[in-house]
Design a protein around this ligand. Structure first.
Ligand SMILES: Nc1ncnc2c1ncn2[C@@H]1O[C@H](COP(=O)(O)OP(=O)(O)O)[C@@H](O)[C@H]1O
Ligand SMILES: [Mg+2]
Length: 252
């Protein structure tokens, strides 16, 4: 289980004043959880993910992974076990899909055979084997995000925790829906633990085991929802829409 406790996170504004972004934000994430975080724009969601992924360590609080009592960052970040997928993931435009996935493996001195095996497995996982020689500009936005997921999984082969920052927000509704289904399949197959930021209530309801609703700045957890509807979820069902309505109530 992951125990995240951020007592405070501040930024200094250009006017040299303090901007207290997170205050007493606490939440736990269990193994194989799918936790979505929703909240008003600018409430600190990206900041939270950057802290979890180890890009920002300038905060007051503690991140723990139990039962191991070791340092969270030593266990996860330095071992490359946290996958981070930003809102707009940039692939290298001059490298084809296969080479984009392979890129992180090259840096890590992984043997050619192991690289081949990983690339095959991931291309199969997202159903993109036939596009392996395509350049990024030759595939759709949805496909690019799938490759982004592959890259995160390739670089972190033992990755258990994946944090995703509004990864589907630039996509049209139909592509988004089908990627949500793909993501659930990857989550199941790879036994991942996912922390997923979105501002889309439908998306959070479709995907998550749990949803955390954050307050405005300084952000803390306003409400936690457990969603017990079994997958695959029907977006038009009564129970689905009941949850959507409840979530919406907390956001306004
Ligand atoms: N690198 C930074 N330097 C200064 N302020 C920042 C920085 N990153 C984010 N902020 C501030 O932190 C707050 C939360 O930002 P962010 O985490 O991006 O929100 P969200 O992802 O929920 O929209 C905003 O007020 C933003 O201006
Ligand atoms: Mg953000």
């Amino acid at each position: 289980m992951f125990k995240f406790g951020i007592n405070s996170k501040k930024f200094i504004t250009p006017e040299k004043t303090e901007n207290l972004v997170l205050k007493n934000l606490e939440f736990n994430v269990t193994e194989n959880d799918f936790v979505s975080i929703i909240g008003p724009s600018g409430c600190g969601k990206t900041t939270i993910l950057r802290i979890l992924a180890g890009f920002d360590k300038d905060f007051d609080g503690s991140l723990e992974y139990s039962p191991k009592s070791d340092n969270y960052y030593e266990n996860f970040e330095s071992l490359g076990k946290i996958g981070y997928i930003p809102q707009e993931f940039s692939l290298f435009p001059w490298l084809n899909i296969e080479k984009n996935i392979r890129f992180g493996l090259n840096i890590k001195n992984i043997s050619k055979e192991d690289q081949d095996e990983t690339v095959e497995r991931l291309l199969d996982l997202v159903g993109m084997n036939e596009f392996r020689k395509y350049l990024p500009h030759e595939i759709s936005g949805g496909m690019k995000q799938k490759i982004a997921i592959c890259r995160a999984l390739a670089i972190n082969p033992t990755s258990k925790l994946i944090v995703m920052d509004e990864p589907f927000s630039a996509l049209d509704a139909q592509t988004r829906n089908s990627l949500q289904e793909d993501l659930l399949e990857i989550w199941r197959k790879q036994k991942l633990t996912i922390v997923f930021v979105t501002h889309n209530i439908d998306e959070a309801t479709f995907l998550s085991k749990r949803v955390l609703v954050l307050t405005k700045l300084p952000a803390k957890v306003l409400k936690e929802f457990n969603i017990e509807i079994p997958h695959p979820r029907d977006r038009t069902s009564l129970e689905f829409n009941k949850i959507r309505k409840d979530l919406l109530g907390y956001l306004n």
